[in-house]
Design a binder for this molecule. Sequence first.
Ligand code: MSP
Length: 640
Amino acid sequence: MSDTFSITTPIYYVNDLPHIGHIYTTVMADIFARYHRMAGRRVRFLTGTDEHGQKIERAAAAQGIEPIALADRVVERYHELWKELGISHDDFIRTTEPRHHRAVHEMIRRMQASGDLYQGSYTGWYCAGCEAFYPETQLVDGKCPDQGHPVERLSEPSWFFRLSAYQDRLLEWYRENPDCIRPRSRYNEVVRFVEGGLNDLSVSRTSVRWGVPWPGDPDHVVYVWLDALTNYVSALGFGSEDDGLFREFWPADLHLVGKDILRFHCVYWPAFLMSAGLPLPRTVFGHGWWKTGESKMSKSLGNVVRPDAHIRRFGPDAVRYFLAREMTFGADASFSNEAFVERYNADLANHLGNAASRTLSMIGRFLGGTMPAAGSEGVLPERAAETVAVYRERMEALEPNRALEAVWAFLADLNGFIQERQPWAIAKGGETARPELEAVLGTAAESLRITSILIEPFMPRIAAALHEAMGSPSTPRDLDGGARWGLLAGGATIGKPKPLFPRVDLEEFVKELEMEQQKDSKTPEKKDERQERTITIDELAKVELKVGVVLEAERIPKSKKLLRLRVDLGEEEPRQIVAGMADSYEPEAMVGRRVVVVANLKPAKLMGVESQGMILAADIGGRAFLLSPDGEVPPGTTVR
Ligand code: MSP
């Protein structure tokens, strides 16, 4: 087995704050990184953020800030959260960094040298409202999937990658490397997809500005997935002179991704790498989805769980444990507070917490707080050896939840042993019973010490706290050297054990969550006031706003304020609209202006003239400032 291990998470979009789904991928990657370090390998663990593309461009525009300002803000939150959760990544790559741009350009240079890039035009369904192309398969009832806008068939110039030429080579790679995609069901899915034939891939955009400029063709930016996937090598120094890490840690041993982005990692990425003449990753693992009820947890469905309250109330390690234990690695699972609290109380407070606190408090009470040396009573020494072996096998086989099962079966044996041998009864035998008492408690303590090593990848802080409570200063991070029976030397003085996992009541926790949500909505008075003025999205959708072009404008006789306008709204006939702007704009200054019109307002007569709509303007003390679209938008365009 190799002495290095290189693992990655996907890089996260910065249009959203992290939720349980994102945390899961990163926590699982951290667990493997820690496990392999503990198994003595040199590890490279990479995570980061995906900061380019239309999604980010639009999210930033909606907040009225530059994309980079949005990225900086969200990246900050990622850094804080990873620290809180004890994520031990070696590097954090941002796709806006120069080192990344350099690597993307080098990839493109190589792909070009292979003759795999050519110019063409990309045709798709374009939504003017969203400024985005959608493939036919993504349309919903013939409209754009995001906002339900009408779409039109349009083309834009684009660079293409000859993906179709890679079908055979990809199939051969899958065939010769049956572990390159896991679990097996996902491998089969990808193979079937590629067997169905591959189209060339458009790898540049002219309709997006926020991205890596295409080398030598600055009207284009690099398609965001070619940009994003390259992060895995750019963080290792690919494309620069200082590429020592690339030589040491590429190819990646494990790309950990959610199943929704499997195709990008198992079809596009290996084809890009083949084209660039680079080695392919050893394994892409597609894990399942966290769901809320029956649906995937996602921002667009509005059902995400943010982990802050759970981290605060139960501690970061309990969150890590729950994620790793509750989900069979590769399958889907549901996130619920009930399941969380139940597992916390049963597995952590009861099994692990009890085994630790009983053992340590009896050493305090019956042995004056002096740690006994490892005993070797009953089945525990043998069970420990078996557990370490099974644990190792399962971690290597990418079955972390089953590795935990093995540790918890061992803890059940430990609790059973304490129950059966009743150290509190032995203690009644006084001095003569002391050797037996030391042997029994020394056996329990040695079991705990080995447990603290096995749980380190999953719960690093708890492992360290447990180790420390046992009077040992070092953090347990050595599987070969440390998880062998009989190493507990004894003699250390232990302090008064603190409970590792105070019990939590489900109802109280749910109440706490609710209170927090209320707090988030500011003070009660403010909330009421805001609620009164609040309208629903459906109510808002009733207002039809359109771009209009003013064709004619004249004063209405005998009125100081009113203008009569004729406005083109892209309909058969221009509309007559009366606007109270005569003291702000001369009529001739209005002609030719693009304005925003409330198009479905009930007609009304003003000074005897019918008005068939309303023109929007900002109002400062009665003075009007017209609102105009930022560009030559055609009349009739929807404003939303
Ligand atoms: N930026 C791309 C990845 C580029 S990698 C070269 C992306 N980002 S993401 O922020 O949308 O998602 C990142 C990861 O979070 C994906 O692996 C995705 O599957 C995972 N999750 C997002 N929601 C999830 C769940 N509800 N459950 C589990 N993981 C999910 O995709």
